[in-house]
Design a protein around this ligand. Structure first.
Ligand code: LP5
Ligand code: MN
Length: 268
């Protein structure tokens, strides 16, 4: 409800918020799921909010298609949110079909691309990051299509088997296409980044998707509304390491830790 949402946002203003993306949770990578669960356990009593900024899952073909492992993720997330942290899930290019049913299971609120949060006097803009890859025209066409409600309605009306097959074909096609696309095309477009800072009058942007973890200090100013020093923080994908960003006050830091199959030691 509205009141608790407002209260939660206020809390995040003074507390500690965490941000992750691109875990690509999948049956073939139990180490990632285990690393994620221990990340949740480490943080469940000491943060005010967790923002999952897209691609939590490798693929998502509908809330009705979940198996025990997605149910387990949901109950872990619910346990986390019941410890007092607000939980937000943003869609990525792999799991944009996560719906309200699954979000409710997790105790999460779905947030959409270009989500603003207040950090002191400044603002932080959250997005998955794929919308910044404007040079990747084939992808942008694909994205535009699959984000229409008519396409989604039609896709979700197919059987789970059919949807899974489509998703597999799309993944194959994507693997093939990305292996021949240039690195430059698959990174963010600089002009799109600058425009986004201006459009939302923000000093910080945080996203994932490109799998190029970094903190970029930029000069985008020329407008009184934006401080000279702007920052674009890019989360990493979870593979050998897990990545997260931590917001305390108005300071954003990027961290990584080793993912190992058994006990994941916590290192920054
Ligand atoms: O995901 P990743 O890292 O490989 O690459 C992304 C872009 N690709 C995608 C496509 C997804 O990987 C596909 C899986 C989505 C599952 C969703 C559920 C159901 C959808 C079913 C659809 C039919 O997002 C990739 C970018 C890259 O990031 C970097 O930004 O370049 O973009 C592409 O590769 C796009 C392709 O060039 C065109 C789209 C391929 C899909 C075509 C569908 C074929 C279906 C066949 C049916 C007969
Ligand atoms: Mn992505």
């Amino acid at each position: 409800n509205k009141f608790s949402e407002k209260y939660r946002r206020k809390l995040t203003l003074f507390g500690r918020s965490l941000f992750i993306s691109d875990l690509h949770i999948d049956h073939s990578r139990p180490d990632i799921t285990a690393g994620f669960f221990s990340f949740l356990d480490r943080n469940k009593h000491n943060c005010d909010a967790l923002y999952i900024l897209g691609d939590l899952f490798e693929v998502w073909v509908g809330d009705d298609a979940i198996t025990n492992s997605e149910l387990e993720v949901a109950s872990k997330l619910r346990e986390f949110s019941e410890c007092g942290a607000s939980l937000f899930i943003m869609h990525g290019n792999r799991d944009f079909l996560i719906g309200s049913e699954y979000a409710e299971r997790c105790g999460a609120t779905i947030i959409y691309d270009h989500h603003l949060i207040n950090i002191g006097q400044e603002k932080l803009l959250l997005l998955h990051g794929d919308t910044l890859c404007t040079d990747d025209e084939d992808y942008q066409k694909f994205r535009a299509l699959v984000r229409t409600s008519s396409w989604q309605k039609d896709f979700l009306s197919k059987s789970i088997k059919e949807r899974t097959e489509f998703a597999e074909k799309a993944r194959d096609q994507s693997r093939q296409d990305t292996s021949s696309k240039s690195e430059l095309i698959m990174d963010v477009n600089h002009q799109a980044v600058v425009e986004l800072f201006h459009k939302h009058a923000v000093s910080k942007i945080l996203h994932g998707h490109t799998h190029r973890p970094a903190v970029h200090d930029l000069e985008v100013a020329r407008q009184a509304s934006i401080p000279q020093a702007a920052q674009r923080v890019v989360l990493g994908d979870w593979d050998k390491k897990g990545w997260f960003a931590e917001l305390t006050g108005n300071n954003v830091e990027l961290h990584s830790f080793k993912l190992s199959s058994k006990s994941a030691p916590y290192t920054n």
